[in-house]
Ligand binder design. Structure first.
Ligand code: HMG
Ligand code: MG
Length: 280
């Protein structure tokens, strides 16, 4: 069984400059709920000054139709975010830091150490399962290649906070399958494959190869966004996550995803996204 967390409504939409109507976000999540995901990342309770597109996170949570058996999660950067997430009755929260100091500063205005201290009380009092994201686990847009030993250290620190799982982010989509093997050879014995989720972006077209390599090594959990939408506003040039459709094509019925329903969800959001930049 391959388990895909659909992150399109959060990672997919957070970079969009034109505000997408809340109604459309709700319809997108509802369509995804019918596609067979166990988990959908709906939005972020981050500062609306930093991510204006997701300022309506509370309203989206209030209006989606929750399907039994689906966990609806959201990003939480600090205590204020946790309060908002609680009010929205999220099923699970995702806290986030990174293996690169520069990216961490640009993304959350903190050092890695400060980010961990900020997250400590959030994880301790969450009261729901907690995912810990470690971004720039292979390459950083500002610092270049990241030493796997540094990634392992941050993963240790994030798990020591009390997180239930790690999502390992190839934030700018630059990892190669061999780099994935090198890191997973360290992470799998340490944390167990079942607590690892691979979060590949597809900037250089290697996300599917990276997912295949991860699965060969025993990983069964992946993040993906319907239609491959998205990126990170604080990672210049990064494009979207691996398309959920690409992982469904790769792993087939093992994903439990209804491809037609997934495509329906993608079709619903597509008209509201800015056109892709010209190739070249
Ligand atoms: P800051 O400016 O250092 O902190 O931001 P602050 O406490 O001074 O907050 C600034 C303002 O935001 C204040 O308002 C706060 O009240 C408010 P003001 O006093 O100026 O009116 N504020 C909040 N409002 C609502 N909810 C909150 C909240 N927190 C503060 N939770 C902070 C620090 C962490 C808040 C900010 O940097 C932030 O929100 N960053 C989020 C950036 C982000 O969401 N990035 C994308 C997600 S990460 C990603 O995409 C990678 C991933 O996909 C994996 C991968 O691909 O690698 C996960
Ligand atoms: Mg991402």
């Amino acid at each position: 069984m391959i388990r895909i967390t659909e992150v399109g409504p959060r990672d997919g939409l957070q970079t969009e400059k034109t505000l997408i109507p809340t109604d459309i976000k709700v319809a997108f999540v509802d369509a995804l709920s019918a596609a067979g995901f166990e988990e959908i990342e709906v939005s972020s309770f981050v500062s609306p000054k930093w991510i204006p597109q997701l300022a309506d996170a509370g309203e989206v949570f209030a209006r989606i139709q929750r399907r039994p058996g689906v966990r609806y999660l959201a990003l939480v950067p600090n205590q204020a975010g946790l309060e908002r997430a609680r009010e929205a009755q999220v099923d699970k929260i995702a806290v986030f830091t990174a293996a690169s100091e520069t990216f961490t500063r640009r993304n959350i205005n903190a050092t890695i150490a400060e980010s961990l201290e900020r997250l400590r009380p959030v994880v301790a009092t969450a009261g729901v399962p907690v995912r810990g994201y470690v971004s720039t686990a292979f390459h950083c847009p500002y610092e270049g290649p990241i030493d796997p030993a540094a990634v392992v250290r941050v993963c240790d620190d994030v798990m020591a906070l009390g997180c239930d799982e790690l999502s390992i982010g190839d934030t700018i989509g630059k990892a190669t399958p061999d780099e994935v093997s090198t890191l997973l050879d360290r992470l799998i014995p340490r944390f167990g494959a079942d607590r690892l989720v691979m979060h590949f972006h597809d900037t250089f077209g290697r996300a599917v190869a990276n997912a295949r390599r991860s699965a060969d090594l025993g990983v069964t959990r992946f993040d993906a966004s319907a239609g491959g939408i998205g990126g990170c506003p604080y990672a210049p040039g990064a494009t979207g996550n691996v398309a959920t459709q690409a992982l469904v094509d790769l792993f087939g019925t093992a994903t439990g995803i209804d491809r037609a329903q997934l495509d329906r969800a993608s079709g619903l959001i597509a008209p509201y996204l800015r056109p892709a930049p010209p190739a070249g």
